[in-house]
Each structure stands twice: as C-alpha cells, then as structure tokens.
Design a protein around this ligand. Structure first.
Ligand code: GAP
Length: 532
C-alpha cells in the first residue's frame, strides 16, 4: 500500500538520513533541503535511470551540462524577466505574504480580510557577479535548465553533426524564489531538474508531443510510479506558459496534497530558438518573439528537402528530481503487520487513540483546517486500528498534533506495540535502492564472523557500482528492520555455518524469505536481481 500522508514520508526521511531540512542548526532556510547519506544514493539512482533511458538508450539524444549563471540577456530574450512572475498579496494586519492564487479573500495566518491588491513578483533570484556592485554586474540563478540548452543549440549541432529530429538532455539545479515554499520537497526554492529539449521539423511537433507523452509515462512506470496514480492534464489554453502551444502536465496523486504536477511536457514551438537567434527576420517564425539585436549566432538548421534554413520546433519534457523522489518514496512505502497484537495491547492503543481524537475535536484553539485534518485522519485510523496502527506516527507528526496534550500519552502507548508487530518497508525498484546489500555478522564480538562479513561486503563492492554496507550495531532482527526502512533488497548474514561450509543466509526485503547461498554465488545472484 502506498503512503497515506506526506508526514509518513517526511518522518521516515528524517529518521533514516534521506532528507534533512537545509541548514537546520541555524534554524533552517525555508524552501531548502539537504539530501543525507541515504537520500543522495536514491537521488543519484533516479537521475541515473533518467539519463540511461533518455540519453544512452536512444539514438537521437545528446547530453549537456551548462553553467547555472548565464548572461542576463538570456533571461531577457527568453521572456522570463517579463513573465516569470507570481501574483503576490500582503496581509496588512499580520504582514504575511502569500501567492494570491493560493488563498481566497482571507489571510490564512490571522483570518483578516485586509489584503493588498495582487502585484507581480518575479521568481528569479539575482546575484552579484564580480567584486564591484554596479547596476549591470548581476546574474540570475537559472530558474530552469532549458535556456542553457537553447543557447548551446548551434554548438551542439555543429560539434555533433546531428540531423533533426534530435534532443539535448540536461540535469541540473534550478532556483525559484517561491513566495510560499511548502509541502516538504514539493515546492522548494532550490531543486534539481531533468529536462529534454527535443528539436523537430516544423509540422511534426504534435506527433512528437504524443510520442514523448508515451515515453515519459513508460519511464515513470519503470521506476515504480503506478500508472493508476498519474493523470494526464491537458493544460487549458489560457493557463499555458508564454512559450507553449500545448502542454501535458503529468499529475501524481500525492498523499495529503491530491493530484499535483510531477512533470510538464510542453510543445514550445519555435519560440525559444526564435527568441535567441540572430537575424530573426530571415525566418518565418510562427511564435511572437521580441526583437533580438544582442545574439551573435543563428540558431537555425539547414533543411535539405526544402533547401533553406529553418528554426526547429521544440518539445520539452521537464521534471523535478525532488517531486520525483517524493512520488517514488510514496509508491514504495508500506507498513505491513508482521504479527497480530494481542487483545490487551490493542485495547490500550485503541482507547488512547479514541481519547486523542476526542481531545482534537474539543480543541477550540486549533485553526479549523488543522483540526479537521487531524480529526479525519485520527478517525480513519480508529476505524481499522489493527491494519493502520503504524499511521499513528504520521498522525502525531501532523501540523497541530503537538498542541494536543494527549499526543505524548498516545505515542507512549503505541510505539512499542508498533515496533513489535509492524515493519516499515520501502518496496523500491532494486535499481533505485540506495543500498543494494547489507552484510551482518551474527555476533559482533567474534573476530572470524566479523572479518568474513567485512570481506564479503568488500568483495561485493569491488568492480561494481552497487552500494553495499556492513553493519553490526544491533541484533539481526533490528538490522533487518533498519534496512527495510531504506529499501535494501538483500541482507546477508554470516553465521557459524558460514565458517564451516562457506554459505550465507540471504534475506529478501519483500517476502522476508531466507535462502542459503554459497559465498561464491552471491555476487552473481545480487547482480541478477538488482539490475532491473
Ligand atoms: N523548463 C520548463 C519548466 O521549467 P516547470 O513546469 O516550471 O517547467 C518543471 O517546471 C518541473 O520542475 C515541474 O514539473 C516540477 O516537477 C518541478 N518544479 C517546478 N517548480 C518547482 C519547485 N518550486 N519545487 C520543486 N519542484 C519544482
């Protein structure tokens, strides 16, 4: 079963070193997150899968890694200086700031209706370039990687001799000064983007737009994001970005948030190359572009059949790595029961939860939306406490839960029961798993067991790119649980039989089945099972 709330994921991420709030020891910086030891592996594996599928496995793609800082003229001619804006409103009462389209007519913080008129706020961060602050010594932190591709179109074309259709893929940081960063990794101010600009002959863009939609849906499925939880939204004409003639937004059913954009697939016409090219009036551009007297280079393509230079059209699949990782974690998350709690222990937790739910419903000081959220979630757990007991952790992590006195008591009543009867497991696709194999000695104070386990770990790592770890910091059952929580497909235990006959126990994450394998077959076994 996938995650039922973002709190489940946020709490797992904190507990297991997947994601930390950015610069936490100084109180954090809103809209920034750091990827921890486990998170960086998961992120690298996601990015690696995207690159493999879109660059290595295709015949029509090149890669690029352009600079984050670009000449500001880029953002003038791309249209971002003028149009990359959100409507901002201030609350005159409590001075909070909001995106006008995220709130109604009242301030979500204090309830006042005394709000300013919306005014445009540009989302690009500015930074100074060089030691002297002068009016023109600034650059923007790029809000998308796409423009690095467009300005290099001619470089790539001339150095690779590509023919249309072909694409350029890039993964890198994007920055947006979001007015209200929120919902964990979903809306942040600094994030990684995976973008493709696919250049096609004018007139073929609709066909390619459909093809890319299918290719991208297939990739999402290959990384374990169920097709059932992605819906394709054909963005209405009046909501399209300034460069787009048609956009499909892939919307993922995030828990807590509902359907939200995970990837945009835009048909960008000849707007981008047309905006950045020299000699714009030599081409029959279809897009409305600003005159460009700054560009030094033609961004065109010599089309043999028509014997003339044309400006290619662009189809652009663009996805954020953070939103992708969040979806992957949500899909993989599971909290199955491993042993039914006995009646007595169940009743204690059940009574504690009922008391907590009642306390929530009576709490007049909680803002209504928080109270309603807590109440609905608490009651849904109470209806099926045997199956849903681990969700009490997510309930207690919800905003407002810390203001309910009985929360602490409920935590005390439920934690041990949860630990003894349920496990948290990430059923990640093996190729995405941050750690592929964990190796344990049955006893950490036996030198033979320890050195054999360490040797096995090292031999599995050698020559391969799979991450393997050694751990002896607890009893085997506890070590299994810890690896389940980060989605490690295999745990290998070295015991006394190993010393006798060179075999080990291999335990499967999903089924929890254990088999005995000779050490010399381990590497082939693991490689075979983690490849997909
Ligand atoms: N070059 C096209 C472009 O930038 P976009 O829809 O603005 O299009 C692309 O962004 C993707 O980047 C989105 O589908 C989303 O996955 C991700 N994204 C956008 N803004 C984000 C933010 N503030 N935080 C996290 N991810 C974001």
């Amino acid at each position: 079963m996938p995650a039922v709330s973002l709190e489940q994921i946020a709490s797992l991420c904190k507990r297991r070193g997947i994601i930390y709030p950015g610069s936490e020891i100084y109180g954090g910086l809103q809209g920034t997150y750091d990827y921890g030891p486990v998170g960086v592996e998961l992120k690298n594996n996601i990015v690696d899968s995207w690159w493999r599928t879109n660059v290595y496995e295709r015949d029509d793609m090149e890669g690029l890694d352009a600079a984050i800082l670009m000449n500001p003229l880029t953002w003038n001619h791309s249209g971002h200086e003028e149009t990359f804006v959100d409507p901002l409103v201030d609350c005159r009462e409590c001075k909070s700031r909001y995106r006008a389209d995220n709130i109604g007519t009242t301030c979500p913080t204090c309830g006042s209706v005394d709000l300013t008129e919306p005014r445009p706020f540009n989302l690009m961060f500015k930074t100074q370039v060089g030691p002297v602050a002068e009016d023109n010594s600034f650059a923007y932190l790029r809000p998308e990687t796409a423009q690095g591709i467009f300005v290099n179109f001619d470089n790539v074309l001339t150095t690779t001799a590509r023919k249309l259709p072909f694409g350029i893929a890039q993964i890198g940081k994007g920055f947006r000064n979001e007015i209200n960063p929120r919902n964990f990794l979903f809306r942040v101010r600094e994030f990684d983007m995976m973008e493709i600009e696919f250049f096609v002959a004018p007139g073929t863009e609709d066909e390619w737009h459909e093809k890319w939609l299918q290719d991208r849906l297939a990739w999402w499925q290959s990384i374990g994001v169920s097709r059932d939880r992605i819906s394709v939204y054909d963005v209405p004409k009046n909501d399209l970005a300034h460069y787009s003639k048609r956009t499909y937004d892939l919307m993922y059913a995030y828990p807590t948030l509902g359907y939200e954009e995970i990837e945009g697939i835009a048909s960008r016409t000849d707007f981008d190359l047309g905006s950045h090219t020299r000699y714009q009036d030599k081409y029959d551009l279809t897009a409305q572009v600003k005159p460009n007297a700054d560009s030094t280079t033609r961004l065109s393509y010599f089309d043999v059949p028509s014997n003339k230079h044309i400006v290619p059209f662009v189809v652009e699949p663009s996805a954020g790595v953070g939103r992708c990782m969040l979806a992957v974690l949500c899909e993989a998350y599971d909290e199955p029961m491993v042993k039914v709690p006995d009646e007595g222990r169940l009743k204690v937790v059940s009574d504690g939860l009922d008391a907590f739910n009642q306390s929530v419903s009576k709490n007049e000081k909680l803002p209504t939306d928080l109270r309603d959220g807590l109440q609905a979630f608490g009651e849904s757990i109470a209806q099926d406490i045997v199956e849903k007991m681990p969700q009490i952790n997510a309930l207690l992590a919800m905003p407002g839960a810390d203001r309910i006195q009985l929360g602490k008591k409920l935590r005390g009543q439920s934690q041990k029961v949860i630990e003894d009867h349920y496990r948290t497991v990430l059923h990640l696709k093996p190729h995405l798993a941050p750690v592929k194999v964990a190796v344990f000695p049955l006893k950490r104070n036996d030198d033979d067991l320890v050195s054999t386990a360490k040797n096995i770990r090292r031999s599995l790592q050698v020559g391969g790119r799979i991450r393997t770890v050694y751990d002896d910091t607890g009893a085997i059952g506890k070590l299994y649980r810890r690896q389940d929580e980060i989605g490690t497909p295999f745990c290998v235990t070295v015991d006394y039989e190993t010393l006798d006959n060179n075999t080990v126990t291999v335990r499967d994450r999903d089924s929890m089945d254990q088999i005995r394998l000779p050490i010399d077959q381990l590497s082939a076994y693991v490689r075979e099972h983690v490849a997909s």
